[in-house]
Design a binder for this molecule. Structure first.
Ligand code: TXE
Length: 483
């Protein structure tokens, strides 16, 4: 979708779209090239300069975003179906993604006319107005785990701010983003303001990150790609927002409500097949409750219905690709070699719906030590590691003992423990007696190697606006050089 039109890629090439649950190729998407990215950036620049959106009344932008949200709600069932086929996630979770996308747009629709500047008196009998301006042309590169929902974390605040966008969805899951671009156009987003170019990371992602005329780049994906994107941006000396992976600790203290904590632990890791940047992938469990807690967790993991994702009863679907399944299974093998104990899960039996597609069962690895790779590295699948601790200090130290800092959870009935965790966990997000919700009203993002800048909340608007200071003399200009 370039300049308000669905266009063919310059090379004419396409990429196959696979249903991860069956392996069936059910669609083709355009394989965008560097030339297509350039066309899209030029269209975005032209629309930004023309001011059809960038200088429109903020209230008008809000109304259009609200209409866009309405269109997403009207098409929710079709979009959820498309998301499930494209990503392999259960239909119930795809529906939650689509409703969440509408909520993100509604929030930024409301915020559009509340992006205020500042005014202040300054020394020298001057007065300053500090204006927020849209940052310009924004490049956005998004992942395959929450294709439309995490995409909306990027495009909604950018559009709210008055920017023009070129978004490159993951080549594994582009369908709902293409559909959304058409809905945006019909809702009144002017041509050239919201461009979507499909393609691989090498052929479309890298040219977008490297492009000279992209003012801000926002990326969600893995740390390896994030580093490449940041190098490209460094060469252009332009700002970048990164939301990378995690290895989030979920701490269960001995005074926690074990039923709720085990439910939260299971939901924290197994939601979306564990393909979740904030997945609670490292459980830290206090010694006094360790055996009881782990036994309950295993019961819960084994009860999860791993079914074809379009089956209404499905609670876990298929992993995104054969390559990703190999990565996840490989990590579990490494964990066992390093000394971890496999309590449940692993590859499913080769029967029924498991004979096609990319399946892995909810997996619990116990006796995991901080030096194990499965404790340190992001697996991004339905695999949780469990590590025992005795003292509270030890829990905090273990929680902070990886290079990541995206999210964390703590389960306790003690206000002191909860408060301590909220203060001492090195993380952009902390859930207390809770795990996974990421309401759009509050910022989401990481510290350490999990990235910088924030999605969601009013903070996301900071990424997509710049400050301009205007200094007004309140008295006649004083000649510095006067004789
Ligand atoms: O993601 P990539 P991959 C983690 C997770 C996963 C690992 C690798 O651990 O196993 O990353 O996944 C585009 N220049 N996360 O390889 O490559 C790509 O086309 C510019 C965490 O599938 O990071 C896609 O649109 N762009 C994560 C986007 O980058 C490039 C979500 C993300 O893909 C590019 C996904 C390049 N050189 C994976 N190469 C999270 N934070 O939620 C690729 N891309």
């Amino acid at each position: 979708m370039i300049d308000g039109r669905v266009v063919s890629p310059s090379t004419g090439a396409t990429l196959p779209v696979e249903d991860p649950a069956t392996g069936e190729i059910f669609a083709q998407i355009p394989a965008g090239s560097p030339e297509d990215i350039d066309r899209a950036v030029r269209a975005a620049r032209a629309s930004f300069t023309a001011g059809t959106w960038s200088r429109a009344d903020p209230a008008h932008r809000g109304r259009v975003l609200w209409a866009f949200a309405r269109a997403i709600r009207d098409e929710a069932e079709a979009l959820a179906w498309l998301e499930t086929r494209d990503s392999g996630k259960p239909i119930a979770e795809a529906r939650a993604d689509i409703v969440g996308t509408a909520e993100i747009l509604e929030y930024y629709a409301g915020l559009a006319s509340q992006v205020f500047g500042q005014t202040t008196r300054v020394p020298g009998n001057s007065f300053a107005t500090v204006i927020r301006e849209p940052a310009g042309v924004v490049g956005q590169i998004t992942p395959w785990n929450f294709p439309l929902y995490v995409g909306a974390w990027k495009f909604a605040p950018a559009l709210c701010s008055g920017c023009s966008v070129v978004l490159k969805p993951s080549e594994l899951t582009s369908l709902t983003m293409l559909a959304a671009a058409e809905l945006a156009l019909a809702a009144g987003v002017p041509p050239g303001v919201f461009n979507v170019v499909c393609g691989t990371g090498a052929e479309a992602g890298a040219p977008l990150a490297e492009h000279r005329d992209v003012d801000v780049l926002a990326f969600t994906g893995g740390a390896v790609t994030g580093r490449k994107v940041l190098h490209a941006r460094a060469d252009r000396l332009r700002p970048t927002q990164l939301e990378l992976g995690g290895k989030s600790p979920n701490i269960v203290f001995d005074d926690a409500d074990l039923e709720r904590a085990s439910a939260g632990a299971a939901f924290g890791i197994f939601y979306n097949q564990g393909e979740n940047c904030n997945a609670g992938s490292r459980l830290l469990v206090q010694a006094g409750i360790y055996e009881r807690f782990v036994a309950r967790l295993v019961e819960r993991a084994q009860a999860i219905r791993v079914l074809p994702p379009l089956d209404e009863r499905s609670q876990m679907g298929a992993l995104i690709s054969a390559a990703h399944l190999r990565k996840v299974a490989g990590y579990v093998d490494v964990g066992i070699l390093e000394g971890a104990t496999l309590l449940c899960g692993g590859p499913p039996p080769a029967e029924g719906h498991f004979t096609r597609g990319h399946w892995y069962l909810p997996t619990v690895l116990a006796d995991v030590k901080p030096e194990h790779r499965v404790f340190q590295e992001e697996i991004f699948g339905p695999v949780v590691t469990v590590t025992k601790f005795t003292e509270d200090d030890e829990a905090i130290a273990l929680a902070n003992a990886t290079e990541f800092g995206l999210a964390a959870g703590a389960w306790t009935s003690s206000v002191q423990r909860a408060l301590r965790c909220s203060q001492e966990l090195q993380s952009g997000y902390v859930w207390i007696n809770n795990y996974n919700p990421t309401p759009v009203e509050v910022p989401f993002g990481g510290v350490k190697s999990s990235g910088f800048g924030r999605d969601c909340g009013p903070q996301a608007v900071d990424t997509y606006t710049t400050w301009k200071t205007v200094l007004w003399a309140l008295s006649p200009f004083d000649d510095w050089y006067k004789q």
